[in-house]
Design a protein around this ligand. Structure first.
Ligand code: AMP
Ligand code: MG
Length: 349
């Protein structure tokens, strides 16, 4: 079948009419085409189960540079490297016993391991740190692409630096369509929130650097340690404590829409307060009396559903003329911890 037949759309972007991008379905032919692009140093937006990523050959510094350019990402912010097997991960990093346990329990999945890196990993990927972030993703189309490439793929979220991460092809085309040529369409992201990042480089001081799809409780159980000991005390984060790095996952303001966000405790009932018609009100669970400026993250209080809808909600409300977006926080359990982390950063000014 000719490649054109598998192309879902080829569009001219409004921002820059001279530039066009292709959205490709994950057929074998298209996977082959995109793997050739990646092997030739191009960048490709890819679906993952967490959020859409912007991928490049992790072993090619010039290709990785294109990711930083397209995103406007500072070079001090290292990239996550995606692999299709544990063996491939072990070519890049020195595994320890705890890494083996976590990989066996959660890979493929939404867990990123920070481990001492091997010399083949270029400095641009790790911001010159001696550690590398690695993940074996679960999304079948992305896995197929990594396998077809036979190279590890560095891929941060496919959004301009600091803005809300993308969970659909439309999000990618809206914010990066004038800067990229290739998008692999894998449908909407199932989890909808970025991976949990755990630093295993110092086995005496294991820390979750970014909450995500895998909860501290689940990790604590596999490692037989108290999940509370995994949490990062943000007050202790200094450039020297993090080896010179303040990861954007740790930045106070990140994942931010342009509209002002105001957070409210979990359990707040907006029905009594949603009286300013220029403000939007987002409850965690669908509430009985809804006016046009009321929205909800979940139908029945599911944190999983709320996570999968969060970024779509933030992006779509940000494109409407609300002067303020009120959001009720999630309960602080499971992926609700990650939702609240992203909300806190989205609300920071
Ligand atoms: P993104 O790819 O946009 O989801 O962001 C990746 C996150 O991984 C950022 O917060 C990075 O700072 C973090 N990260 C990547 N590599 C490392 C590393 N070696 N040490 C600590 N954090 C890292
Ligand atoms: Mg990101």
């Amino acid at each position: 079948m000719p490649e054109e037949n598998n192309t879902l759309s080829r569009q001219e972007t409004p921002a820059n009419p001279g530039v066009s991008f292709s959205v490709l379905s994950p057929s074998s032919e298209n996977i082959q085409l995109l793997s050739n692009c990646l092997r030739n140093g191009e960048i490709v937006a890819v679906p993952t189960e967490t959020v859409y990523g912007l991928a490049a050959n992790a072993l090619d510094p010039a290709a990785c540079e294109r990711i930083f350019e397209a995103k406007g990402r500072p070079h001090a912010d290292p990239l996550i490297v995606h692999v299709s097997s544990i063996e491939q991960a072990k070519d890049l990093a020195h595994f320890n016993e705890k890494a083996e346990l976590l990989a066996a329990a959660f890979w493929p999945g939404a867990l990123t391991l920070i481990l001492p890196k091997k010399s083949c990993v270029p400095d641009i990927v790790t911001a010159s740190l001696n550690t590398v972030a690695i993940r074996l993703p679960g999304h079948p189309a992305f896995r197929k692409l990594i396998e077809a490439c036979q190279i590890p793929l560095a891929a941060p979220s496919a959004n301009p630096f600091g803005y809300v991460s993308p969970t659909s092809v439309e999000h990618v085309t809206n914010s990066l369509g004038d800067r990229i040529h290739w998008i692999l369409d894998g449908g909407p992201c199932e989890i909808g929130i970025e991976s949990t990042i755990i630093d295993l480089s110092n086995q005496e001081n294991i820390r979750i650097l970014r909450p995500g799809g895998i909860s501290p409780e689940a990790i604590g159980e596999v490692l037989s340690i108290n999940p509370a000991s995994l949490s990062l005390d943000r007050h202790l984060i200094t450039p020297s404590a993090t080896g010179g790095l303040i990861a954007p996952g740790l930045l106070e303001r990140h994942y931010s829409p342009n509209t002002l966000i105001q957070l409210h405790p979990h359990g707040t009932c907006f029905a009594e307060h949603s009286n300013n018609p220029t403000h939007a009100y987002v409850s965690f669970k669908k509430q009985a009396t809804l006016s046009d400026n009321c929205f909800s993250l979940s139908d029945d209080g599911s944190t999983k559903q709320a996570a999968s809808r969060l970024f779509e909600m933030l992006r779509s409300l940000d494109h409407q003329p609300w002067s303020r977006i009120h959001i009720e926080k999630a309960p602080d359990t499971d992926i609700g911890i990650a939702i609240n982390d992203r909300l806190q950063r989205a609300a920071s000014r």
